[in-house]
Design a protein around this ligand. Structure first.
Ligand SMILES: C[S@@+](CC[C@H](N)C(=O)[O-])C[C@H]1O[C@@H](n2cnc3c(N)ncnc32)[C@H](O)[C@@H]1O
Length: 392
């Protein structure tokens, strides 16, 4: 008997937040969907460097089942295979949440992600399990227990059979040459909904690691004045690396964007477009083994997001566009923030140029039918996009 995919374990706070969005009959399906990756693994073709057809041909030559998306010309995907049965073996390696969710998709386990390697010898067959005991992959130990305890880095388990299988995208020549960027479809859509144009001033106030920022450069053929801000030194460095690999021209500034209107007054009312993609509860990022956020954490994320919207409303020029996006589904972080943008910041909900997902949740804000939602059980990931305008 083998082991099947685990059900995600969610806190009461998260289940209650989801129950505000999904009726009882649908909630079980949503929770189940959170435990699996979506059926498609998406990548964006960097059209600054190559066209979609050429990249698909190159990936196919490498044996990847690369396919064109039906909606966005720069979006391609490979079907995700699995779930596979895992063999039952005696020894277990316990890993942290991030490592478990990566191993579940085929990544090897490295020393920093290991929580317990008890009784394991080099070359042992092991089951990789999460800290809650959920099996995610089968592999071979590449170190002894004492080596893992003393080493600070290195390969601890080579994963041979994960629950789900993805090609090693980041090891491909096409990735290293900056021809592809792994990114979900709704995340690509957010930059599309912003509709940046050459010659405009475009700000991304939470840019790290640069997925949407580089897409904005791509959509404007490096012809806009694009500035990305991020508070984290590491994210700023990662963003610069992404921009350079993809051949994108944008400035990246380390800053706390909540105070940009005060710190950089010359930007006030100057931006043609502002992208707000702030930290969120990330419930729509799949697969998820567990998520135990409490009520206070969920509430404080929404308060944090409001501060970004408030500053974006000040930076955008009259008639300019603000796009707000989050990879989550809670009403508070989605329609709740749009309601704040309308009531407290003077922005208006605008129609989006492309709809691929479902519409917004009615009742919390006017014109919710112009908002766009992606649902894990219907679309393979959870996401929310609002397009707002500052009246002239
Ligand atoms: C959801 S991620 C952005 C993803 C990015 N837009 C992309 O598409 O690749 C949120 C980012 O906000 C940054 N952040 C958090 N608080 C911030 C603040 N006060 N000011 C600026 N950036 C902040 C985080 O470091 C993180 O990189």
């Amino acid at each position: 008997m083998g082991t099947g995919p685990p059900e995600p374990l969610l806190s009461d706070a998260i289940i209650d937040a989801l129950a505000e969005v999904y009726p009882p009959g649908e909630l079980g399906e949503v929770i189940k969907a959170l435990g699996k990756p979506g059926p498609r693994y998406y990548m964006r073709v960097n059209t600054l460097k190559a066209d979609t057809g050429t990249v698909i041909d190159r990936l196919r030559e490498r044996g990847l089942d690369a396919r064109k998306d039906e909606h966005l010309p720069e979006a391609i995907y490979v079907p995700v295979r699995g779930p596979f049965e895992l063999p039952e073996v005696e020894k277990e390696v316990v890993v942290d949440k991030f490592t478990a969710e990566s191993a579940m998709m085929g990544s090897n386990v490295y020393v920093p992600g290991v929580l317990s390697f008890r009784g394991v010898r080099r070359c042992d067959e092991v089951l990789v399990v999460s800290e809650l005991g959920q099996p995610v992959a089968f592999g071979i130990a590449r170190m002894d227990e004492h080596e893992v305890l003393s080493a600070r880095k290195g390969l601890a388990v080579e994963v041979l059979r994960p629950l789900y299988e993805l090609p090693p995208i980041r090891e491909l020549k096409e990735f290293k040459e900056g021809l592809i960027y792994p990114q979900s479809l709704p995340s690509m859509l957010a930059s599309r909904v912003l509709e940046p144009e050459p010659g405009e001033l475009v700000l991304d106030v939470a840019c790290g690691p640069g997925g949407k920022l580089s897409h904005i450069c791509q959509l404007t053929s490096n012809g806009a004045r694009v500035i990305g801000f991020d508070r984290s030194k590491r994210k700023v460095a990662e963003t610069r690396e992404v921009l350079s690999r993809l051949g994108c021209e944008a400035a990246v500034v380390r800053a706390d964007s909540r105070y940009l209107d005060l710190d950089v007054p010359s930007l006030v009312e100057r931006a043609d477009r502002v992208l707000v993609d702030p930290p969120c509860s990330a419930l729509g990022v799949l697969p998820k083994l567990f998520d135990l956020k409490d009520r206070r954490e969920l509430a404080s994320l929404a308060e944090y997001q409001k501060q970004f919207i408030k500053v974006a409303a000040k930076l955008v020029r009259p008639g300019g566009v603000v796009v707000y996006s989050v990879c989550t589904m809670t009403a508070r972080e989605c329609e709740g923030i749009v309601s704040f943008a309308v009531e407290e910041c003077g922005l208006e909900v605008d129609e989006q140029p492309i709809y691929i997902g479902s519409r917004g949740l009615p009742g919390l804000v006017e014109r919710a039918e112009l908002l766009q939602r992606f649902h894990p059980h219907l679309h393979g990931s959870g996401y929310f996009i609002a397009r707002l305008v500052r009246p002239r």
